[in-house]
Design a protein around this ligand. Sequence first.
Ligand code: NAD
Ligand code: TDX
Length: 344
Amino acid sequence: MTTILVTGGAGFIGANFVRFLLANRPDCRVINADVLTYSGNLENLTSIESDPRYRFVKADICDAAAMEPLVEEADAVVHMAAESHVDRSILDSEPFIRTNVLGTQVMLDVVRKAPGKPRRFLYVSTDEVYGSLPLEDKSLLFTEETPITANSPYAASKASGDLLVGAYHHTFGMDTVTTRCSNNFGPYQFPEKVIPLFVANLIEGKKVPLYGDGLNVRDWLHVDDHCEAILTVLEKGTAGEVYNVGGNNERSNIELTHSILGLMGFGEEMIEPVKDRLGHDRRYAIDATKIARELGWHPTRSAWPGALAETVRWYQDNTEWWQRVRTGAYRDYYEQQYGRAASA
Ligand code: NAD
Ligand code: TDX
């Protein structure tokens, strides 16, 4: 049996990854360490919670004493616990620095100092560490050599963690690998991110708040393709290397919005143009040839419009899930971000 410690396994990608691992690696045990912030939800894991190979531990990655015994039990660590929403980092960056920078440093030191055999440390980074590409030249893509140019407090905090991982490999010879992935979509994504937010708003008869001119571009990848890429890099990646992960699936936000409206039978009148995100990155687009060439990974579940339609349907079929997470503290955030009228 191999034991994998996953941090942040109760979030969107984490919960999908824990399920993916248990389904695809019968000889794997999973420890899920998650402090359960607003976006961590054990309901995302009910289908596997009684699997004897799975264990949940409520713990903060910034708490070294809590992490030490979990790391000692593990053969490898997949570190994805994070504050993950750009707009929240613009409202208040403090939790982002604490979890994404300090928390990553704590995890690196705990893994580095753990007794016994060296353990592989996989850091789930993001394409946002590369900054922004222009809309005008579609031939430009982010490669692993693109300089780090983080533009939002979220991106800067993830880039800091990313640089620390590289430094720990260089300085201490730690067995680290890093994935930098584009925008994910799929089930169990917290309804503050654009796709579940728009679907949930439409179901509730509310308009969808489209930022700025709607021309910003994102490269969309199904979360299960990301999970497969993480597992591939964990098992086959070269120590010290970074691997880009992307869907080769660029869409402008206005195109995405029209697709969602069309799939749900709504028209343009449901679009509410709102003020732009501060410092809004124009375009993300990933060159994922390295992971394809060296490790044989290709996205197989991200093709549009089918994969988007399936995701929209999941939120339509699981209204109770997002209605429950949309209560309480989330309502306060929504009012702060979009104004009181929008949340009425
Ligand atoms: P999410 O917000 O849905 O989940 C984050 C999880 O981390 C939650 O379960 C939360 O409770 C947990 N967490 C937060 N702070 C913690 C702490 N101090 N200690 C322990 N647990 C803590 O985020 P997500 O979208 O699933 O993103 C997961 C990872 O993937 C993040 O590192 C993010 O930067 C990265 N990423 C996300 C995307 C995307 O499109 N969502 C794309 C590329 C990379
Ligand atoms: O209400 C909205 N209106 C809108 O137009 C929201 C929430 C978003 N948008 C736009 C902003 C972006 O151009 O949609 C695009 C996608 O926004 P988000 O879903 O917030 O994702 P993004 O900012 O691109 O970041 C995501 O991908 C990279 C994840 O949240 C990050 O965790 C990941 O690192």
